[in-house]
Design a protein around this ligand. Structure first.
Ligand code: DQA
Length: 153
């Protein structure tokens, strides 16, 4: 699964309220803005000759539509922080199951050290792996893993 140019493609999805990173509860989510995180991810992927595309939405239906878009415009790997939808969205889970693209679930905060309603994820059992509590670096570790995985293919 590659782009028409022959490049591998990684799709990064950010769920609700992550557009507020930098402003939002820095004690949980740190000081980086989403734009800064996305720029670092794009730079790292570009350096490896990999196309990286990013989508953030506060609407479940937009996130589902973005995942459905992978049928028409396939990706080799997905990195997703479903944010609050982690704990609520069977629909988003089903969309990822339908497209069958391997994915890593990322959380900036350690969801297991927080309220009990954050301990359950509708995604983790489908994920290749889960990174939680490592802040913005978690996205970069997920990307490094995805790059290594794509190089092995
Ligand atoms: C989050 C953790 C979720 O519980 C929360 O609803 C978020 C962000 C994280 O990145 O730590 O919005 O996914």
């Amino acid at each position: 699964m590659t782009t028409p140019s022959g490049k591998k493609r990684i799709f990064v999805l950010h769920g609700p309220n992550l557009n507020l990173l930098g402003l939002r509860e820095p004690e949980h989510y740190g000081h980086d803005t989403l734009e800064a995180i996305n720029q670092r991810l794009c730079a790292r992927a570009n350096a490896e000759g990999i196309t990286l595309e990013v989508c953030q939405s506060n609407a479940e239906s937009d996130l589902i539509a973005a995942i459905h878009g992978l049928f028409q415009h396939p990706a080799d790997f997905v990195i997703i922080n479903p944010a609050a939808f982690t704990h609520t969205s069977i629909a988003l889970r089903d969309a990822l199951a339908a497209v069958k693209v391997p994915f890593i679930e990322v959380h900036l905060s350690n969801v297991y050290a927080r309220e009990s309603f954050r301990h359950h994820s509708y995604f983790s059992d489908l994920a290749v792996g889960v990174i939680s509590g490592l802040g913005a670096a978690g996205y970069e570790y997920a990307l490094d893993f995805a790059i290594q995985r794509l190089k092995q293919r």
